[in-house]
Design a protein around this ligand. Structure first.
Ligand SMILES: *[C@@H]1O[C@H](CO)[C@@H](O)[C@H](O)[C@H]1NC(C)=O
Ligand SMILES: *[C@@H]1O[C@H](CO)[C@@H](O)[C@H](O)[C@H]1NC(C)=O
Length: 296
């Protein structure tokens, strides 16, 4: 356990949280028509109601406000005021982003900003590793259970006990991430494993055995630490981002729809080749799909 990094992380969390709370309070005050030190906009009440159930972070507030600005049929003066406030908000966002950039390693918030520090890998799945009960489709980007296991030749590469498949990628250094569409799929494991893990016999998915993963099983989310850690998530993630920083020994998971942090493994020292790991639990699990990286 690295206490230094944990306490730094807590501190930053504390700061970021205070910001979020600040934004919420501002919205509330605006909605009551009170003066606020960081004014956001004059239609606070309506936006506040809309945002109440959502995570509030500046990007979202900004896009809402831009929309308000467009729809607004107010006088030029009011438009000017809104524009002014929008600019202030942009400044605030830039400031917060700069702050994040200086401490991103220890700030688990905001997957969107974290992405800029990592290389997006255009991942496909490795058919030679796929358990015979799994079927690949969508040009090797989707894995699902198939009714009748295929009669495949045994190979050293193939999983024969755990219904797993690996990503077509050997990771030995650097920072990278990939995104997996999990949708309504009811049971899965996602993460990384060492290339030399046991693919034949029974094995527990745990860091001791060379696996670092999170799991959805029977409606509960787990980090497969040893012992396992039950995760309480505010929202069911429909898309999961897996961020690996090899040298820093950091593996983090994010909800890619709202950018929220899911879990970070305690700091590791990685050795050798790591591979992306995907596991389905049963025939009614549903599919997992790796998100394609778009060309710019
Ligand atoms: C990963 O390494 C293995 C063994 O060294 C090699 O056969 C394979 O082609 C590599 N895969 C990729 C995607 O580089
Ligand atoms: C990723 O791969 C797909 C094909 O599988 C391709 O269409 C797409 O352009 C690739 N993206 C990048 C950034 O190369």
């Amino acid at each position: 356990m690295d206490f230094r990094s944990v306490s730094a992380r807590d501190t930053v969390w504390g700061q970021m949280d205070a910001f979020t709370v600040g934004f919420l309070i501002c919205l509330k005050q605006l909605s009551c028509g009170l003066v606020c030190v960081c004014p956001i906009f004059s239609k606070g009440r309506r936006l506040n109601a809309r945002l109440k159930t959502d995570i509030v972070y500046p990007k979202k507030v900004k896009s809402e406000q831009e929309k308000e600005l467009k729809e607004s049929d107010q006088s030029e003066q009011e438009r000017g005021e809104l524009q002014n406030k929008l600019e202030k908000l942009q400044e605030e966002m830039d400031r917060r982003k700069a702050q994040f950039k200086s401490v991103w390693r220890n700030a688990p918030l905001y997957a969107d900003w974290r992405k800029e520090e990592f290389e997006a890998v255009n991942l496909t799945l490795d058919a030679t590793s796929a358990h015979p009960a799994l079927r690949l489709s969508e040009k090797g980007r989707q894995v699902a259970w198939q009714e009748k296991p295929q009669d495949l030749p045994s190979s050293t590469q193939r999983f024969e006990s755990l219904p797993c498949v690996l990503g077509q990628l050997n990771i030995t250094s650097g920072r990278c991430y990939w995104e997996v569409e999990v949708g309504d799929t009811s049971s899965w494991d996602l993460g990384i494993c060492r290339d030399n893990i046991i693919r034949k016999g029974r094995v527990t998915v745990s860091p001791q055995n060379g696996f670092w993963a999170i799991r959805l099983y029977e409606g509960e989310y787990w980090a497969l630490t040893s012992p396992e850690t039950l995760l309480t998530l505010r929202k069911k993630p429909l898309s999961v981002g897996i961020f690996l920083d090899y040298e820093a020994g950091d593996l983090s998971f994010y909800n890619m729809k709202d950018g929220s942090h899911i879990f970070t493994f305690p700091q590791n020292t990685f050795h050798g080749v790591l591979r992306p790991l995907f596991r389905l639990w049963s025939s009614d699990s549903g599919p997992l799909t790796v998100v394609k990286v778009e060309e710019n």
